[in-house]
Design a binder for this molecule. Structure first.
Ligand code: SAM
Length: 256
């Protein structure tokens, strides 16, 4: 199995990906299994802060009248919903995800919230987007790029489908900078969350993937360099909650 299919990962994770037939297959199956409990687990794991973090991210890419935005790895649609609610009422948001079970929960939520005409959820692969160049005014993702097999490819695809001058916001779990806080975070994510996942969703395996995938993920300054290498300009990042999460924002250069 080649490097691209396995992605950047610890030996333990690589073995899991290899057994499943590659990282994308492993990730898709895992989210398919936990789709039912995903929203509830997010609220609990983030101590109710995940909504605030998403609002901070979309605030950098708010859409004007008749503009359109793309949410990569939209899952059950929470970031797409925040973007639509922060944007002009005539703005349109498309959410793409490769796990049908997550999208099903997202569609039901959009109907409940009366947003089905403003947010459209489609099945698709964020690393191989099915949209023409320059189709969107902005794009975003939350808790997704860590799951990608190839970060350069993922950020390159986002760049391709956003128009020149358009914006990108990426919210992802990061690495706390304070050593004490970092040790607490490791314990919480590494020991407590998997037990919680198995109690609530009978998904111990899925919620052990979470801490191991974070360990293997680049720190914020390195992620900034990867985003720049993919072609984005004016890349900046913000730490939230002591660096537990980071939001990277960038602009597509007007002349390439
Ligand atoms: C942790 S969930 C995040 C969902 C949502 N963005 C949120 O804020 O709650 C990660 C989602 O990304 C999706 N995903 C991961 N890699 C993907 C890819 N290459 N293409 C499309 N979806 C992907 C998974 O299916 C899953 O639904």
């Amino acid at each position: 199995m080649d490097e691209q299919t396995l992605g950047t990962a610890s030996p333990e994770l690589r073995a899991r990906f290899e057994a499943a037939g590659g990282k994308p297959v492993y990730v898709r199956r895992m989210f398919g299994r936990i789709a039912r409990v995903y929203d509830g687990m997010n609220r609990i794991m983030s101590l109710g802060l995940d909504g605030r973090w998403r609002r901070f991210a979309v605030h950098h890419i708010v859409l004007g009248p008749h503009q359109s935005g793309l949410d990569i790895g939209t899952g059950t649609g929470d970031l797409a919903i925040e973007l639509a609610q922060a944007s002009a009422p005539t703005a349109h948001v498309v959410g793409v995800d490769f796990t049908p079970e997550m999208l099903e929960h997202g569609r039901a939520k959009l109907i409940r919230l009366g947003l089905a005409n403003r947010v459209e959820l489609r099945q698709g692969d964020g690393e191989h987007l099915d949209f023409p160049d320059d189709s969107f005014d902005a794009c975003c993702s939350a808790f997704v790029v860590r799951n990608m097999a190839d970060l350069h490819q993922g950020f390159g695809e986002m760049l391709r489908v956003v128009r020149p001058g358009g914006r990108m916001a990426c919210l992802e779990i990061s690495h706390p900078r304070n050593l004490v806080f970092s040790a607490l975070f490791d314990f919480y994510f590494g020991k407590f969350v998997p037990v919680l996942g198995s109690l609530i969703g009978r998904a111990f395996d899925a919620y052990t993937y979470l801490p191991t995938s974070v360990t293997a993920f680049p720190k914020a300054p390195k992620l900034k360099r990867i985003i720049e290498e993919a072609g984005w300009s004016d890349v900046r990042y913000y730490y939230l909650f002591g660096g537990v999460v980071a939001v990277h924002v960038a602009i597509k250069p007007t002349a390439q």
